[in-house]
Design a binder for this molecule. Sequence first.
Ligand code: ATP
Ligand code: MG
Length: 334
Amino acid sequence: MENQERKKRALSCIQPTGTPTLGNYLGALRNWVQMQEDFDCFFAVADLHAITVRQEPSKLRQQIVEMFALLLAIGLDPQKSLLFVQSHVPAHTQLSWLLSCNTQFGELSRMTQFKDKSAKHADNINLGLFAYPTLMAADILLYQPDCIPVGADQKQHCELSRNIAERFNGLYGNTFVVPEPFIMKTGARVRSLQDPTKKMSKSDENVNSFISLKDDKDTVIRKFRRAVTDSEAKVRYAEGKDGINNLMEIYSAITGLSLDAIEQAFEGKGYGDFKTAVGEAVANELTPIQERMNTLLADKAQLEQLMRDGAANASRVAGRTLAKAQKKMGFVQL
Ligand code: ATP
Ligand code: MG
């Protein structure tokens, strides 16, 4: 009975690699704010994942703090959700080793993110990049969540986490909840503004390909006006119109208008007007977040205190699961 009344638990993470984009916002962050009302939520800044590609230490430090501040600025409330930084909870790396020894080389070789990122960083195809999904499985399984809200690009990693959990439970006895990925319909895959066949990514070298959550109004509008589209010049959602489809999906996610309603609203208008409208809608959504971010970043002591509280609370939950997994595998508990 009690179990049925327990709120479902959700967990999600974001890497502090570069400045988060509109893709991260619509595909992940904005949904988190909604979820915290109905779920018992854990949200983390996945800083250990960030170093799978080379990071400049001083920049990384700043990005971790900024990402934590952003979580607060978008409306995540530490009274409702557990917010923490991954590297502050050592159980993540500890469990990831146990899981690594229960994950096959072949499974990891099939991960498209590994293939994409190793092509992009051919000079640094490190073991961590390859093992990334086992650390991600640890991030998730430590908190026994029922669901994992992610963008469509993380579906494959979520599947692998489920497989690892099922395998572990089968071999050593029930240890982990097997979580369901939770992919939102709108905003699940925001595409690059310069190459709409690719996803918008904050680590993209071309700054015009993404909207950073830090971009000011003029920059946002300029980037949308430069977005790659097609030559039909008709605001219409259709196959082969990846660029316009992407802008329509973004506009729909921000304004709540359906794709049909957008087609009607822009009937007879060119791409110029539509792109400006998308830019303005996005900029208006971002401005208040940016203002809250600046206020939060002005008080480093408060941010650090919130990180400390988050780390202590997360460590308690994670520590219990880690101990359980260690015991089941046969380690001696002191
Ligand atoms: P990186 O390029 O460093 O991997 P990223 O932009 O992919 O950065 P992550 O930190 O890997 O960001 O992912 C954070 C969350 O944002 C995940 O839930 C992911 O699914 C989601 N996400 C990332 N890119 C997009 C996108 N283009 N559209 C929708 N959701 C996205
Ligand atoms: Mg990513």
